[in-house]
Design a protein around this ligand. Structure first.
Ligand SMILES: [Zn+2]
Ligand SMILES: [Zn+2]
Length: 257
């Protein structure tokens, strides 16, 4: 029970680090990692970089007395053209792991409930083509340890009618080539798509290619830490996984699920 995807009040979550830790222990989570958002575009849900030292101090201090390990992660938006800023940013802090996310297509934040109307302009298959292209690019940058919610384009229930087997297969290949983990993200279950990210098909392809996994609740509320992890564990085992990854100082090791 390792939950590496948690948002606090420093970005768009509604709990403090301390509240999350308490909830994690209560929910039987054995290790947590905080992963507040950093986005180099102007969005309301990003953390302020000036808060980074406060968060680092907080996590170091909490670790001294904590019953479970607390890791220092970050969820960074992958934005084409910002690779250098992203690289410099990552180098500047002692992260245990770095999660890369695709939330934007140009200036459209397709992940935001406030911008869901944007889907109306698109042929959904074409949109999937562009989205997965960005996921593959993010995987291959070598900047990230984990790719977040790898099929979040389905979040609001928009599904292409055309077959996407090849798109998913190419994506699984890129994830393997980029040597990144995928975030088994249970938050999709409470979104209109009502499904874990990634879906079964992509998950099986990733297992076949040897793409490692981590688990994340993508909690924005303390009560959701470790939410639906039993179900997630069952799904990944059905897809063939026996191990998940954990990180310390960006070094990866594997633990039995
Ligand atoms: Zn995200
Ligand atoms: Zn997130």
């Amino acid at each position: 029970m390792i939950d590496y995807h948690i948002h606090t009040i420093f970005s768009d979550g509604s709990g403090t680090h301390e509240e999350y830790l308490k909830a994690a222990i209560k929910n039987g989570v054995t290790e947590i990692g905080f992963s507040d958002h950093i986005c180099f575009k102007e969005v309301e849900w990003t953390m302020k970089t000036s808060d980074m030292p406060i968060v680092i101090d907080k996590i170091q201090n909490m670790n001294k007395e904590s019953a479970i390990p607390i890791k220092f992660g970050i969820e960074l938006d992958f934005l084409p053209g910002f690779e250098n800023e992203t690289k410099e940013f990552i180098k500047s802090y002692p992260f245990d792991y770095v999660i890369g996310s695709v939330h934007h297509l140009d200036d459209w934040c397709f992940d935001s409930p406030k911008q869901v109307k944007g889907y109306e302009k698109w042929d959904i298959y074409e949109l999937y083509v562009l989205y997965f292209d960005l996921v593959r690019k993010a995987a291959r940058t070598g900047l990230f340890d984990i790719i977040a919610h790898p099929d979040v384009i389905k979040k609001f229930g928009h599904r292409p009618t055309k077959n996407i087997d090849d798109l998913l297969e190419e994506t699984a290949r890129a994830l393997k080539e980029g040597d990144v983990c995928i975030d088994i993200n249970t938050s999709g279950l409470i979104k209109p798509c009502k499904e874990i990210y990634p879906g079964k098909q992509l998950l099986e392809m990733c297992n076949n290619k040897g793409v490692p996994i981590t688990f994340g609740s993508d909690s924005h509320l303390p009560a959701r830490v470790g939410a639906d992890f039993d179900y997630a564990a069952k799904l990944v085992k059905e897809a063939g996984y026996t191990k998940s990854a954990k990180f310390t100082g960006r070094k990866r090791e594997f633990v039995e699920i």
